[in-house]
Design a protein around this ligand. Structure first.
Ligand SMILES: CC(=O)SCCNC(=O)CCNC(=O)[C@H](O)C(C)(C)COP(=O)(O)OP(=O)(O)OC[C@H]1O[C@@H](n2cnc3c(N)ncnc32)[C@H](O)[C@@H]1OP(=O)(O)O
Length: 484
């Protein structure tokens, strides 16, 4: 009934559609092609912390349980959901000892979650945050529970990559197994050499990431997705201060092609991968609340998107960065869409070499790729990034009033994760006061409200999962102002 009311509200002459006629609405792809089902897996809400520069940035003295707790509690607080309603919490993490099991359980209690709520970690390297989403979605799909929280967290300040753990000495006799020891920076060099991604091309990609992120930061775009975190910070004189962190550290608005060209190769003397065209080593966390549509509707929670398809593909470990070039087509096949149908792609920028290769190989127009910059500018807290990209993409699609997005981060070693998300106006849940926000035209600077209804209904896609975006929240709405 609620959906019918929502739809008829849009179609009624009293609504504020301005020049958009009913005929235009009826022609929309979204309403025609996207079925709505009670057991859809929907995204309710997502937030992230700011991303700190590891070892010297805002979160250099912040433990990962604190980062995680900040996003876990903020997401539930924003939508007014009691934690005891959660059936499971899955947290992507790469570097914490003991698979991060202690860290996440501590975060759970720091967040005020009862001990009856289960929590666990997952490690699919740089896709861990995304894998957490897959896992929670899987739990909902298989009927284990109706609501779950998918998170990602990493403190690269307090833990470093490097210890390979206990592996058999026989790995030296097996070329593929041996390749698993190749440092990530060298895999970037391999991709650049093998596929002819020149230094100039890499630097151009890096410049574009920095420029897009600078512009987004300047416009306040990230304020919608960042929950501020009050934390301790020890300054150069050893004095401890309390700071509030709400802004990403890594973005360099002054980046130029000349400045990038001057940087020395970081991983091998005659290489092309530098500090400027690599992702930054960072600290951060993100959380995304997922639920079965029937339960989400029963609790009158908002719906940001619907999970439509997931794909995970393995690639050779010495070329790990090419993952999106394989995972994106796999998810496209599952969804019956093509690259041309997609409006926004979020592709992880572990290195400009691999990201540029994937974009080229798939023939994606650059303006559709990471419109607010990626890990080169923002930073790449390993276990967090997949969840962070989902949060960033959903907010971008919401700003644009787009109904479908597609997203693809990728994992190190041999796998690539892909999820697809679509938006369908027919499934929106929000109070009428916000409902009208989809009628004014969005300003190109993201400040002018949501897109017209005809655009809200159009199809967009994304590499990864198809998520429905709810553009009823005006651009610039802060977390605390969002409707509950
Ligand atoms: C599956 C996966 O995702 S695999 C990927 C996993 N992640 C990784 O492997 C991390 C890859 N990145 C790295 O290892 C590191 O960032 C490195 C080794 C490339 C560089 O490390 P650092 O030297 O500490 O980098 P840092 O960001 O501090 O930059 C060093 C200097 O380069 C220069 N620089 C960096 N970016 C720029 C830029 N955009 N323009 C101009 N100069 C720049 C600056 O002089 C900077 O020094 P400053 O910060 O004091 O001004």
């Amino acid at each position: 009934m609620h959906r019918l009311r929502v739809v008829s509200g849009h179609l009624s002459p009293q609504n504020r559609l301005g020049p958009y006629s009913h005929a235009q609405i009826a022609r929309s792809e979204c309403s025609a092609s996207l079925p709505v089902a009670a057991d859809d897996i929907v995204v309710v809400h997502g937030l992230r912390t700011a991303i700190g520069k590891a070892k010297r940035g805002s979160f250099k003295d912040t433990t990962p349980d604190e980062l995680l707790s900040a996003v876990m509690s903020a997401v539930l607080r924003d939508v007014g959901l009691s934690p005891d309603k959660l059936g499971d919490v899955c947290v992507g993490n790469v570097l914490q000892p003991g698979a991060g099991a202690l860290m996440v359980r501590v975060a759970q209690f720091l967040s005020g979650f009862p001990d009856s709520v289960p929590i666990y970690t997952v490690n699919r390297m740089c896709s861990s945050g995304l894998q957490a989403l897959f896992n929670v979605a899987g739990g909902i799909r298989n009927g284990s529970y109706d609501l779950g929280l998918a998170c990602g967290v990493e403190s690269m300040s307090l833990r470093s990559v490097g210890n390979p753990g206990d592996v058999s000495s026989r790995l030296m006799d097996n070329a593929k197994a041996r390749d698993c020891l190749i440092p990530m920076g060298i895999t970037s060099e391999n991709v650049a050499e093998r596929f002819g991604i020149s230094r100039e091309k890499q630097d151009a990609f890096a410049l574009s990431s920095q420029q897009k992120a600078s512009k987004a930061q300047e416009r306040g775009v990230f304020q919608q997705e960042i929950t501020p975190l009050t934390t301790r910070f020890v300054d150069e004189d050893g004095k401890e201060r309390t700071i509030v962190v709400s802004k990403d550290d890594g973005i360099r608005p002054g980046t130029t092609v000349e400045g990038l060209a001057k940087l020395k190769p970081a991983f091998k003397p005659d290489g092309s991968t530098t500090a400027g065209n690599s992702s930054q080593v960072s600290d951060g966390a993100a959380a995304v609340l997922l639920g079965r549509r029937s339960m989400v509707e029963a609790l009158n929670l908002p719906v940001m998107g619907v999970l439509r398809a997931c794909a995970v593909v393995g690639v050779p470990p010495d070329l790990m960065g090419i993952g999106p070039a394989y995972a994106i087509p796999a998810a496209l096949r599952k969804s019956g869409l093509s690259v041309a149908d997609v409006d926004v792609f979020e592709i992880n920028e572990a290195f400009a070499s691999q990201a540029a290769y994937c974009v080229e190989k798939l023939g994606i127009p650059m303006e559709k790729v990471n419109p607010n910059g990626g890990a080169i500018a923002l930073g790449h807290p390993l276990g967090c990034t997949g969840a962070r990209q989902v949060v960033t993409l959903l907010n971008e699609l919401k700003r644009r009033g787009k109904s479908r997005g597609r997203y693809c981060p990728f994992a190190a070693w041999k796998t690539s994760g892909l999820i697809m998300i679509d938006a369908n106006l027919l499934t929106w849940h929000h109070p009428p006061v916000y409902f009208h926000c989809c009628t004014p035209l969005a300003g190109s600077d993201g400040t002018g409200g949501c897109a017209p209804l005809s655009r809200c209904l159009s199809a967009v896609e994304w590499a990864g999962f198809l998520l429905r975006v709810n553009p009823e929240w005006p651009a610039g709405t802060t977390n605390s102002e969002r409707p509950l």
